[in-house]
Design a protein around this ligand. Sequence first.
Ligand code: SF4
Ligand code: SF4
Length: 318
Amino acid sequence: MKTTTLGHTGLQVTPVGFGVLTVGNTQLNLTVEEGAAILRYGLEKGINFLDTAQYYETYPYIREALKGTDFHPIICSKCLDASYEAMEYAIEEALREMDLEQIDIFLLHEVRQDPDWDQRAGAWQCLLDAKKTGRVKAIGVSTHHVDVAEKMAGITEVDVLFPLINFRSLGIRKGDGPGTKEEMAASIKANADAGKGVFAMKAFGGGNLTGSYLEALDYVTGLEGVTSTMIGFGKKEEIDRIVEYMEGTIDRGYIPDITTKKIRIDQGDCEGCGACLKRCPNQAIFRNDKGLAEVNHEICLTCGYCAPVCPVRAIIMF
Ligand code: SF4
Ligand code: SF4
């Protein structure tokens, strides 16, 4: 798979990356060996770009996948915390747990609308310092918010942007409400024009658009300014299809088996604490008339972010 330079970072990335969230305990919950085997298969097929996060708890899969190989993929990780100290811990943890001396990309994870950016000034300063000392090569943000993406285009120190975009605008936020793909596409272009490297997430809307496989990929990979698209893979066949897509050899009539993966909240276990409502980036969880949490499957992106915050593990992906 050919590589392209990611903005002004100098990093050479393939047009598709491997989102490692999928194999971890919030989604498929594969063993380290099983997850590492799929990751290694992706690397053997030419994918050289991996996305993980402190929150995903997937560093062991990457370490195992790379053990004893000559693969040196571009690795991106990120941290949700706001303070300098927490970000410093997150960077050191990533280096230690993936057995790296330097990590290619580290981000503020899921920056929401203002004032989230300002409130995370400590964590951002830590990223600036980590870049100066060479522990991180490139820094930036991941976001579902048009407002945040727009703002990043004007911040010189931001090297990369990792925005959510798909052809149905699923999960795109603006202010307190939904944003559109056109608005996010314009922000992406503004960032690319400013020299930022842009790689996209949720091309399939967390599985909701998988049935429109080619349309979903055509839209995101065709966007001006998008250098790479992160896809979560759980099976080797899914990697084979994406490689065919990238090489232009895929059957244009291809329609995948639509995943039946869904999030469910066990009403017998839920205690109605509300932690998952606060955590969901897409406001896809609501309280039912018993005061317990339920998922709105129309807008759930099956990202799995809600599952780890449940104190009683009432949130199940199936
Ligand atoms: S309900 Fe859970 S899985 Fe669905 S979008 Fe919200 S956080 Fe993600
Ligand atoms: S975090 Fe768990 S217990 Fe709390 S409301 Fe959500 S599902 Fe229920």
